[in-house]
Design a protein around this ligand. Structure first.
Ligand code: ADP
Ligand code: ZN
Length: 607
């Protein structure tokens, strides 16, 4: 903060001085209200004896007339001018030819020097800032002391097992000496693994909060700088700082940014990161837990971490936080609605049921969006409908109502989404269709949203097979109705292909290839792993994998095509309803399907 204000002051001063200089420079032409006249007119005035004073400057001639008007003109090379002026008893003032010259000279000779001085002073200041040689080296860690809003375990909901796991760490931080006496070995580092938004940072803060110790937080990416050696010195400074404040927690977010496996980068260009990682390892080995500094690191990619980080005496404790289950979501909602006036029709349990797959951060966001919506509508409480709308917004993205689509485009989108939705409705065992919309949101032109009724932890082959058909249903509908296809299905195809590949290569779901896995998990050199997907199978096998993927896609394309061809009327009814209402919820979709089946069109779930 301090250096930011200094920065501001410095540049303000520079800017102001520039302005003043510029002003001085251009002043003469700006202040004078003079009339430009012909030289002959001037001579005439002179002959009339109307001129009181002249100022000569190069070929510029300024005159003040007896009636106080000011005139100016250019001088002819007229040798007798001075003679005439004298005869008329005019005051004569002569100035060096270019009026601005002394400013210019000043600027030219002193400017660079002043600038240099300024820069030098600036750098000096920054160097003094803190005791490190250069502020670059400063650890960048933000320290959160007890004074700041304290987070405790009561703020962390739905992960009781994890809380129990780290309780020991809390107890230790509360009274390091007690543990020392008993000689128990306390973990030096706790690695918290889990997807984004599941409360890893929150947990680390809560550990510090429960124990009442300072909390240093830094992100792994803060260590990775352009200059070699900076990251390593930052690590050093961080640990020095932390030791001064022991007992304390040092939290490293996204540790995978520094902690990726060494020696796997492209062309050895990762010196800086490796140095930083080495320094981190050295520091971790170099301090005793008895000093009371405990490291907590978070990552969602434990698989890319350098094994050295996970060795005993380093991050030897691992806890995993996952997306919360139904009860967890319920509890997290409870925590976040504590200070929100919730209306009587809101049941947190129901909201939790309707938000499978939401992380803690998503749920916090949900409550926040709902409250904002209620506030915008001047309600005094947040109602269930606010939560519902907020949920759709989070799931499908914000509506882009301003996007102008032609009627033809809308029709294509309506049929596309109707295709997804109808295939989903027809195939058994798939997630219920929650909503279909043809309002553009984010990058998507339309959305068909399915929501599972329960948390899913495991997917059957049949479920995935059906998912492929649903994904392809959009493109099929376009093709059937318009006899042409658009780019709108690009993302669907990408997802379908990726899913088919996973089914074949990861989950062994191809009968022809059998229950085998192929190829390493994806990962590129930039993520610190192997250069390309390591092929652990023969060329022939690779070709067969491709064939299998193609077969899965083909089969399901044909399946979706068959389903929709038999129900063109229903498809049209759904698309029309979409064009009319833009958004259909589960009940409305059901109604459309029912109506078209009463009109004698076949609508029955197939199996
Ligand atoms: P991560 O570090 O895993 O990406 P954060 O700890 O930054 O996630 O979580 C972001 C926010 O989400 C938190 O500030 C908190 O408000 C909310 N949150 C996440 N998980 C939980 C939880 N288990 N209980 C309560 N709030 C949570
Ligand atoms: Zn689609």
């Amino acid at each position: 903060m301090k250096s930011k204000t200094q920065n501001l002051v410095f540049w303000t001063v520079v800017g102001l001085s520039m302005l003043v200089l510029l002003n001085l420079w251009t002043m003469p032409t700006r202040v004078a209200v003079e009339e430009e006249i012909l030289f002959s007119d001037f001579m005439a005035k002179l002959d009339q004896g109307a001129v009181e004073k002249v100022t000569m400057q190069g070929s510029r001639l300024r005159g003040v007339l007896k009636d106080h008007t000011q005139v100016r003109t250019y001088m002819a090379d007229y040798p007798d001018l001075v003679q005439v002026l004298r005869e008329q008893h005019v005051q004569i003032e002569v100035k060096p030819s270019a009026e601005s010259s002394w400013y210019m000279t000043m600027l030219m000779t002193w400017g660079p020097f002043v600038l240099f001085l300024g820069v030098w002073l600036f750098v000096m200041r920054r160097m003094q800032n803190g005791n490190a040689a250069l502020s670059l080296v400063k650890s960048r860690a933000r320290m959160l002391t007890e004074a700041q809003k304290k987070v405790t375990f009561s703020d962390v909901a739905g992960i009781d097992e994890v809380k129990a796991d780290v309780q020991e760490t809390v107890d230790f931080l509360k009274d390091p000496r007690k543990f020392q006496k008993l000689g128990g070995r306390i973990p030096k580092g706790v690695l918290v693994v889990g997807p984004p938004g599941t409360g890893k940072t929150l947990l680390a803060k809560a550990i510090a909060g429960e124990a009442g110790v300072p909390f240093f937080s830094i992100s792994g990416s803060d260590f990775v700088e352009m200059f070699v050696g900076v990251g390593a010195s930052r690590v050093r400074t961080l640990f020095e700082d932390a030791k001064k404040h022991a007992p304390c927690i040092v939290f490293i977010d996204e540790i995978d940014a520094v902690g990726r496996s060494r020696g796997m980068g492209l062309g050895g260009g990762n010196d800086e990161r490796e140095q930083t990682l080495n320094q981190l390892l050295v520091e971790m080995d170099g301090f005793d837990t008895t000093e009371g500094v405990i490291l907590v690191a978070a990552t969602n990619r434990p698989d890319v971490l350098d094994p050295a980080l996970l060795r005993p005496g380093r991050f030897d404790r691992q806890v995993t936080v996952n997306h919360p289950d139904l009860r967890g979501r319920s509890e997290i909602l409870k925590v976040h609605t504590k200070n929100v006036p919730v209306a009587a029709d809101v049941e947190l349990e129901t909201i939790a049921r309707g938000t499978p797959g939401f992380s803690g951060a998503d749920l916090e966001n949900l409550v926040n969006e709902a409250a904002l919506r209620a506030a915008r509508q001047n309600k005094s409480q947040v109602w269930a409908v606010d939560f519902d709308t907020a949920k759709d917004k989070i799931l499908m993205g914000t509506e882009r109502k301003s996007m102008m689509l032609t009627d033809e485009e809308k029709r294509v989108i309506a049929y596309h989404e109707a295709g997804h939705a109808l295939v989903a409705k027809l195939l058994p065992g798939t997630d219920p269709v929650h909503k279909v919309s043809i309002i553009p949101r984010g990058r998507a032109l339309g959305v068909t949203l399915q929501l599972p009724t329960n948390d899913r932890h495991n997917y059957s082959k049949e479920f995935l097979y059906n998912t492929l058909a649903i994904l392809l249903g959009g493109r099929v509908a376009e093709e059937l109705v318009f006899k042409q296809v658009t780019t709108g299905a690009g993302n669907d195809l990408e997802r379908a292909t990726a899913l088919a590949r996973q089914m074949v290569c990861e989950w062994g779901m191809s009968e022809r290839l059998g229950p085998l896995t192929f190829g390493q998990k994806e990962g590129s050199a930039f993520l610190g792993r192997s250069f390309s997907t390591n092929r652990d199978c023969s060329e022939q096998m690779a070709a067969e994998i491709d064939l299998e993927i193609k077969r899965l896609i083909r089969e399901n394309y044909a399946r979706a095509r068959q389903l929709l061809t038999e129900r063109m009327m229903t498809l049209a009814a759904l698309a029309d309803a979409l064009l009319e209402k833009e958004v259909l919820d589960a009940r409305e979709i059901e109604e459309v399907l029912l109506r078209s089946s009463q009109q004698g069109v076949t609508y029955s779930a197939v199996s």
